[in-house]
Design a protein around this ligand. Structure first.
Ligand SMILES: [Zn+2]
Length: 470
């Protein structure tokens, strides 16, 4: 763990001190490697198969779910010590009934339970060299260690690309990216605030330099770069949209075929501004670092469950004749390394009780929220979202929250784990500096517990100055 973060730190240091054209070369090489990993033979085979099932019929989708759930539960009993006493999957003749029966016999998996039993949940029949590793911050800033395989990733990308290909977007089409990847050193104060991956024609914009003065340069770059689509976090695309709408520098309608958002709740005012400024429709997506759930947007602005990939249950706390709302329990069907069965992912969703007017069959959600994030604002006016990413790699921090009441300083309150020490503290400071630079004061405040909101929700960032007015 420590070794890996040290080598990442070293790589970061070397990268930051290279000239821009060499950084672009590295970004292109990394892009090529990423592309080859993701878009494997298994990806293409799955894409072809799932392009045929996206339109149903629904009975076929339910049959696929039953078959994959059966296989997963059987494997979990055999290869995951934590699940060795699970009851056998139901043998009911009706697929829908069999799924309901099988799931009813399974315990709900809480994040804390997963965290405490990770080693025993990972499937033992996947060789260590085939395991890919990740981290997520969860809903409470708690770091979870995640395991998946190349096949899992390929299947997730199959859900993403079957939608994109339907919209006429191809794998090598030029595009703009606004995601949390640090592509430009944060200490850099002059443009360019973007890098180019020539392998698959991607222009990656830095989310860490979006100050009011710099935004105009970002917009100029959008106008001078040909692109077919854009993807990224709603919060970042919305900053761009506001700049373009204020200055009257919007993109020509129809230049982009689509905009793909993910990773944060897409708020309705964000959607309106982004679609107007970028001149294209947004297709939102809901997924998770656990590879346990996937929903993709439709023309009716709803989210369809990718039924071949997961099963989503709702713990209903509120309902009408038209919808039911509650916490989501997700069962991943594609993660062969980690059986996430009835996993409480920490998000709340509203499931429609009617078929979607767009015609795509299967479960459909009107919205999934619980992912609304605040921004941190630096003294120079840069607005930085998704600060919870910092805690993804912090195993010895139980919970953490960022508070900001003045532009000069943030306070990081955190619950230290038993193994928290100076090394962890230094790492925490480094992670914060990597995103915020040196211009802002950082106060670390260890606490016993972090207070929840009146509605019981935990917020990773609470700012009284970073909130965007709607
Ligand atoms: Zn729909």
């Amino acid at each position: 763990m420590q070794m890996r973060s040290m080598s990442e730190f070293a790589e970061r240091y070397v990268f930051d001190h290279l000239p821009v054209f060499t950084q672009n070369l590295f970004v292109s090489m990394a892009g090529q490697q990423r592309f080859r990993n993701r878009f494997s033979d298994h990806f293409h085979a799955t894409l072809e198969k799932w392009q045929k099932t996206i339109d149903g019929p629904e009975a076929l989708l339910v049959e696929i779910q039953r078959e994959r759930l059966h296989r997963m539960v059987t494997r979990a009993r055999e290869h995951s010590p934590y699940y060795k006493d699970l009851p056998e999957p139901s043998g009911a003749a009706d697929a829908r009934e069999a799924i309901a029966e099988t799931l009813a016999n399974m315990p709900v998996l809480e994040k804390t339970t997963y965290r405490q039993n990770t080693e025993d949940i990972i499937a033992r029949d996947i060789p260590s060299r085939s395991l890919r590793r990740g981290m997520t911050s969860g809903t409470t800033g708690t770091a979870l260690r995640l395991f998946y395989t190349r096949e899992t990733e390929a299947e997730e990308y199959a859900t993403v690309w079957r939608l994109r290909e339907q919209l006429g977007v191809g794998l090598f089409d030029p595009h703009y990216t606004f995601t949390g990847k640090i592509v430009v050193p944060v200490t850099q104060t002059r443009p360019p605030f973007w890098r180019t991956n020539r392998y698959n024609n991607q222009t990656l914009f830095s989310l860490y330099h979006m100050s009011p003065e710099n935004l105009e340069l970002y917009v100029d770059k959008l106008h001078e770069t040909d692109a077919v689509y854009a993807n990224g976090y709603p919060s970042a695309l919305h900053l761009m949209a506001r700049e373009m709408l204020t200055k009257g520098t919007t993109l020509t309608r129809g230049q982009l075929r689509a905009i793909f958002t993910s990773s944060e709740s897409l708020l309705s005012f964000q959607r309106d501004d982004i679609e107007e400024a970028f001149g294209a429709r947004i297709w939102d997506r809901y997924g998770s670092a656990e590879f346990a759930v996937s929903m993709t947007g439709c023309s009716e602005r709803n989210l369809h469950v990718d039924m071949e990939y997961c099963i989503v249950e709702v713990e209903t706390i509120e309902e009408t004749d038209d919808w039911e709302r509650g916490q989501l329990l997700v069962t991943g069907l594609a993660n062969n390394a980690t059986p996430f069965i009835r996993y409480r992912i920490g998000d709340v969703g509203t499931r429609s009780k009617h078929p979607c007017p767009c015609g795509r069959p299967g479960n459909v959600f009107l919205d999934v929220d619980g992912r609304v994030e605040d921004f941190v604002v630096t003294p120079s006016g840069r607005m930085i979202g998704r600060m919870d990413h910092i805690f993804k790699s912090m195993e010895h921090v139980e919970e953490a929250q960022i508070l900001q009441t003045t532009p000069e300083e943030i306070e990081v309150v955190f619950v230290p784990g038993p193994k928290f020490d100076r090394v962890t503290e230094a790492k925490l400071r480094r992670e914060i500096r990597t995103r915020l630079g040196d211009e802002i004061g950082v106060r670390l405040q260890p606490v016993r517990e972090i207070v929840r909101e009146p509605n019981g929700k935990f917020r990773a960032v609470k700012s009284t100055i970073g909130k965007l007015d709607s």
